[in-house]
Design a protein around this ligand. Structure first.
Ligand code: HEC
Length: 227
């Protein structure tokens, strides 16, 4: 449980506010009086309510793996309390939404960018278009390093699908329960060349994904160590 006594978390909260304020001020010029008068910044930032998905990336620090956020509410509502005791270090943005629209927004915000990742884009051996760049969260990294036959709930991978050097979509896999359950234990998501999340393939155990990923180690095809 993160508390206000945690100086780093407090700093993080302050930074978040500092980032948020200019955006609020920009809103002043819009003539939307209603929006301006109804927004009252809290006198004190309650670090416990600062959503992980909204915070800037912090340094890479090994933290315990965390539960998957599979609420239907937005990722921003994921409470810090879902994070296992992280001690004084701020939690990394490991909480990954497993609902279509929330996940799309989370990806677009680049929340996975602080994860371990391959050193350079490479051509995909799968049907994902080329080139691709795979990011892996701590839960999956640790499990791959340990050579586990089953990855834990919370393990996740994000594959950037690139086009002309720019990110043009993502393929995502998230373990949502300890058992792989024939692929049903994994949540799958893919969107490419579209900014409309309604175009994404998303869901648990998608046959179009599991049929090929079953050949991997607990449905993970990327080799460890990451290239
Ligand atoms: C024809 C085989 C095939 C299919 C179908 C497939 N993949 Fe993959 N996928 C791969 C391979 C191979 C890799 C390893 C990296 C690479 O070469 O692209 C991979 C890598 C990934 C990764 C990075 C983590 C890992 O397992 O290596 C994610 C995430 C991913 N795929 C998601 C998906 C999703 C979501 C779908 C369904 C919409 C899907 N894949 C369908 C072959 C496939």
């Amino acid at each position: 449980m993160v508390t206000m006594q945690d100086p780093k978390t407090f700093m993080r909260a302050k930074r978040t506010l500092a980032i948020a304020l200019p955006a609020i001020l920009i809103g002043c010029g819009g003539g939307d009086d209603d929006a301006m008068t109804t927004y009252v910044p809290p006198p004190e930032v309650d670090a416990a309510t600062v959503p992980d998905g909204m915070t800037p990336m912090d340094t890479m620090t090994p933290t315990p793996d965390v539960a998957v956020s599979d609420t239907t509410a937005s990722d921003a509502a994921a409470p810090d309390t879902a994070v296992t005791d992280t001690g004084p270090e701020p939690p990394r943005p490991e909480l990954i939404p497993t609902t279509r629209d929330a996940l799309y927004a989370w990806l677009k915000a680049g929340n996975y960018k602080s994860w371990s990742h391959e050193s350079a884009p490479h051509a995909s051996a799968g049907p994902h278009g080329a080139p691709v760049l795979v990011y892996v969260n701590d839960a999956l990294m640790d499990s791959l390093a340990a050579g586990s036959a089953q990855h834990p709930a919370g393990a996740a991978a994000v594959k950037e699908l690139l086009s002309g050097g720019a990110v043009d979509g993502w393929a995502v896999s998230v373990k949502v329960e300890p058992s792989s359950d024939g692929g049903m234990g994994w949540y799958w998501f893919e969107i490419y060349s579209s900014t409309n999340p309604a175009d994404a393939l998303a869901g648990r155990g998608l046959g179009g994904c599991t049929s090929c990923h079953v050949a991997g180690k607990d449905y993970v095809r990327t080799t460890y160590p990451l290239k």
